[in-house]
Design a protein around this ligand. Structure first.
Ligand SMILES: C[S@@+](CC[C@H](N)C(=O)[O-])C[C@H]1O[C@@H](n2cnc3c(N)ncnc32)[C@H](O)[C@@H]1O
Length: 396
């Protein structure tokens, strides 16, 4: 295959990714990104930009975030009029692609630099609703304190989960004295809210690990790169992210550079004492290919030979179902689904395993639909949550 053919294959792959992204992640969520996603898919010049990124980073979100990041420095540009987070108030319309293309042309060198050197790196604190739900369930099954280890933790904002206030279905729970961060989500599907607001275990130790940890204290620009992944219309989300960044700087939970595929067992073994270790992953699996996923799950099994380990996940069911986790919810139509996330726990000891899917959730935590009963197969979700027919698993 010569270079031109390779490039053509890469372009076609990017085209498919942009279409998939626009259809499955943007429609109904961002009018501007829906238009830009479909627009880029039809525009070879724009598609070509993504070829500046290393192959593993060629994601629509990386191009859109890079443009968003630069646009923050050029708020007078006509494109900024379409971005409420940059002060714009123009409705997304079929003209939007034209200033987007012009902006990309004008800032080609800066864009190329960002695409070649930066990673897709979000930190969505609303996923803490999933973390809360899972920790409360683990506390029922394994009473007593636990250690919390988030793998793929980005800047580690989820580690401060008990410093945030949670608002759902007209109820609110949070630390005594309040919090500068209030997380809100929508309850869907007819399941109860109690588990979401349940009693958290004492967290005796916490640490975050990431292939590329974001050090908010040492790197003043790091928070701005996280902000680049906030979508144009999400003015409130931007304020929540900024408040969570400030709050987490005060807590400063330790973060280490580590690879889920090779280091998980060692990270668990290094947790002092003998507390059960909750390994939390949120939107990690879509970053791992099939081999890497198998290796990660193998490391969990290895870790569980030494001490009690609970894997708490909010991940695409289409990817969890390809690991060793078994639950009725992962056997039905959700088995191939990459549009929603399954929130679940897999409790592992030297002698046994217990897996349970606790909820389905929007990938970015915009809604959550708890199980209606233990061992729920979520057969009701296809109609009641309006899930699209079976799709290939992917993720943000
Ligand atoms: C979509 S972000 C999710 C961040 C955070 N868990 C959240 O919910 O907001 C995925 C994170 O996984 C990290 N990651 C990707 N591959 C990894 C690996 N093999 N080992 C550890 N972290 C990895 C990325 O650097 C990124 O920070």
């Amino acid at each position: 295959v010569n270079t031109t053919d390779e490039q053509q294959v890469a372009l076609e792959r990017s085209r498919r990714l942009f279409r998939h992204f626009a259809r499955t992640q943007c429609e109904g969520r961002s009018a501007l990104y829906t238009r830009l996603g479909h627009g880029v898919a039809d525009d070879e010049e724009l598609l070509r930009l993504l070829l500046d990124a290393p192959p593993s980073q060629r994601r629509p979100s990386l191009l859109l975030a890079s443009v968003n990041h630069l646009l923050g420095e050029y708020r007078d540009d006509p494109l900024a009029a379409y971005y409420p987070i940059h002060g714009g108030d123009r409705e997304a319309d079929d003209q939007a692609l034209s200033p987007f293309r012009a902006f990309c042309r004008a800032h080609r060198a800066e864009l190329r630099d960002l695409l070649a050197t930066r990673n897709t790196q979000t930190n969505e604190v609303r996923r803490c609703f999933a973390l809360r739900l899972g920790l409360a369930r683990i506390a029922e099954l394994w009473p007593g304190p636990v250690a919390l280890l988030e793998i793929g933790a980005s800047a580690g904002l989820n580690l401060a989960l008990d410093a945030y206030t949670y608002r759902v279905a007209g109820r609110e729970i949070g630390p005594a004295g309040g919090s500068s961060v209030t997380l809100s989500t929508v309850l869907r599907g007819g399941g109860g809210v109690d588990g979401l607001l349940g009693e958290l275990p004492e967290i005796g130790y916490r640490m975050g690990a990431d292939l590329d940890p974001v050090d908010l204290a040492a790197d003043a620009g790091a928070a701005r790169w996280l902000e680049a992944f906030i979508w144009p219309e999400q003015v409130e989300e931007l304020a929540v992210l900024r408040a969570a960044v400030e709050l987490s700087k005060r807590h400063r939970y330790p973060m280490v550079r580590a690879d889920a595929c090779t280091d998980t067992a060692a990270l668990v073994a290094e947790v002092p004492g003998d507390l059960p270790v909750v390994v939390f992953t949120a939107s990690l699996l879509s970053y791992l290919d099939a081999t890497a996923r198998t290796r990660f799950v193998g490391r969990l099994a290895q870790a569980a030979r030494g001490r009690a380990v609970a894997w708490l996940f909010t991940e695409a069911p289409g990817l969890v179902s390809r690991t060793d986790v078994t639950a009725p919810a992962l056997a039905g139509p959700l088995r191939g689904n990459g549009e929603v996330y399954a929130v679940g726990v897999s409790l592992r000891t030297r002698t046994g395993r217990y897996d349970e899917v606790l909820a389905l959730a929007h990938p970015y935590g915009e809604w959550i639909a708890p199980a209606r009963e233990r061992g729920d197969d979520f057969a009701w979700s296809a109609t009641e949550l309006n899930l699209p027919p079976r799709q290939r698993a992917s993720g943000p």
